[in-house]
Design a binder for this molecule. Structure first.
Ligand code: MN
Ligand code: MN
Length: 386
C-alpha cells in the first residue's frame, strides 16, 4: 500500500512509495518546490557530499548609488575553492569605480551595455564597449573601470580564487583618501588645495552622465593599445551544434587574453541533456541564466548527490567528478560553465564507451547488444568533445 501524499498534490512531501512521511512541523514549501531532488532524492543518490548549489537570491545585496552588486564566494558556497562570482547591475551612467585586485576577472554581459577602460603594466591602453553576450577578462592586478551606457548593464563576474571578495578590491578613491595630502601634492606636482574635495572614503559605485560615443571619449594621448584585447564577442561566434542544444566555448585559444578562465555558454533544449562527462583539468563554476535543470554529481566511493537549479543559481562541480545537466523545464535551459584554466577540456562518457571494444564493455556492464548498437549512436562527431 502506498502512503497517501498530501490531499493537495501541490504541497511536496518527503514520501517515496511506502517510505518517508509527511513533514508535521515547520517547512518552507516554496523552497521544497524548487528542490524536489533534495526533498525526495533519487534512490541512486548515496553518501554525504557537500552542497553544490547557491542561489544569488540568498547573497547579501550591496545597494549603492548607480547600481547594486552581490557575491557568491567560498563563504556562501564552501566547496567553491577555485572560483568566486559577482552579479552586478549598473544604471545608465553608473560607474564601478577605477580599481584593481589580486585575482583575474572574467565577465559575461547578461543584458544592456557598458564602457570598459583599462591599462596594462606596459602603459598600453584599452577602451571598449560591450553588450549582451560579450565577455571581458582583466588579468590579475590590472586596473579597470566599468560604466553603464544608455540603457544600463547587468553582468556576471567570475574571479579565479574562491576567497575573492568584491568588498576588498583596491579602489582609487580609497587610496587617495588614505594618503597624506602633501604626498598627493608631491606625487602629482600640484598644490595640496587640488585635493580639497576628494572623497574621504572609498566610493565603490556612483552615478554620473552617460559617456558619449567611444571615439570621442578615448583620450587624445592614447598610447599603443594592449596586445591582446580584454573583450570577446562570444555569441557572435558560430556555436557547436549538437542533438540537444548548442555551445559556445571561449578559452585562451580564441580569447587570447583569457589565460586563467575558460568558459562555455550552453543551451539545452527542453527534453535535452548536457551529456554525462567530467573535466580532466579542474573544478567547474556554473551560473544558470535561464530555465530549470537538474544535475547529479558522482564523487566515487558510491557517493552521488542530485540538485535542482533555477535561473540565478550557482552550481559547482569539484575536479574530475562525473556529472550531467538535464533540462527539467519546458523552455530552453541556458547556463555558463567556467573553469580556472587556460583551456576548456572535458571527457565524454558516450565517446569513451563508443571507442571501447564492445565485448569489454558488455563484460563490465552486462548490457545487451541493443545498448551497443543504439545506445552509443548518440555520440557526437569524433573529436568534438561536447
Ligand atoms: Mn574588477
Ligand atoms: Mn561540466
Amino acid at each position: 500500500m502506498h502512503k497517501m501524499n498530501n490531499e493537495n498534490q501541490s504541497i511536496p512531501e518527503p514520501i517515496k512509495g511506502e517510505r518517508g512521511g509527511k513533514i508535521w512541523g515547520a517547512k518552507n514549501t516554496p523552497i521544497d518546490r524548487e528542490n524536489p531532488n533534495t526533498l525526495t532524492p533519487p534512490d541512486t543518490d548515496h553518501g554525504t557530499l557537500p552542497n553544490f548549489k547557491w542561489p544569488f537570491a540568498l547573497s547579501h545585496m550591496r545597494v549603492e548609488e548607480g547600481g547594486w552588486s552581490r557575491e557568491t564566494t567560498i563563504r556562501e558556497l564552501p566547496v567553491s575553492e577555485k572560483m568566486a562570482g559577482v552579479n552586478m547591475h549598473l544604471e545608465p551612467g553608473g560607474v564601478r569605480e577605477l580599481h584593481w585586485h589580486k585575482e583575474a576577472e572574467w565577465s559575461f554581459v547578461i543584458k544592456g551595455s557598458a564602457r570598459l577602460t583599462a591599462i596594462d603594466a606596459q602603459g598600453r591602453e584599452f577602451v571598449d564597449d560591450v553588450s549582451e553576450g560579450d565577455l571581458w577578462y582583466f588579468p590579475s592586478g590590472i586596473p579597470h573601470s566599468i560604466q553603464g551606457l544608455s540603457e544600463g548593464v547587468e553582468f556576471i563576474l567570475v574571479f579565479d580564487d574562491g576567497s575573492f571578495s568584491e568588498n576588498s578590491t583596491f579602489s582609487i578613491t580609497d587610496w587617495f583618501a588614505h594618503t597624506p595630502k602633501d604626498v598627493l601634492a608631491a606625487n602629482f606636482g600640484v598644490s595640496e588645495e587640488a585635493f580639497d574635495n576628494i572623497p574621504d572614503h572609498q566610493v565603490y559605485m556612483f552615478e554620473t552622465k552617460v559617456p558619449g560615443p567611444i571615439l570621442q571619449e578615448v583620450p587624445q594621448n592614447m598610447n599603443e593599445a594592449v596586445e591582446e584585447p580584454f573583450t570577446f564577442r562570444l555569441t557572435e561566434q558560430k556555436p557547436i551544434e549538437t542533438k540537444g542544444g548548442k555551445v559556445w566555448i571561449a578559452d585562451s585559444t580564441n580569447f587570447k587574453a583569457s589565460k586563467t578562465i575558460a568558459a562555455a555558454l550552453v543551451e539545452v533544449e527542453p527534453g535535452g541533456i548536457r551529456e554525462m562527462h567530467w573535466h580532466n583539468n579542474t573544478d567547474e563554476w556554473q551560473y544558470y541564466l535561464e530555465g530549470e535543470g537538474r544535475m547529479t554529481v558522482f564523487a566515487a566511493e558510491g557517493k552521488a548527490r542530485t540538485f535542482d537549479y533555477q535561473a540565478g543559481d550557482v552550481g559547482y562541480v569539484p575536479f574530475a567528478m562525473g556529472h550531467y545537466i538535464q533540462n527539467t523545464g519546458d523552455k530552453p535551459l541556458r547556463f555558463l560553465e567556467m573553469f580556472k584554466s587556460d583551456k576548456f577540456s572535458d571527457v565524454s562518457l558516450n565517446q569513451w564507451m563508443s571507442q571501447t571494444p564492445p565485448e569489454l564493455l558488455k563484460a563490465h556492464l552486462h548490457v545487451d547488444d541493443q545498448f551497443i548498437k543504439h545506445g552509443l549512436t548518440n555520440v557526437k562527431k569524433p573529436n568534438v568533445k561536447y
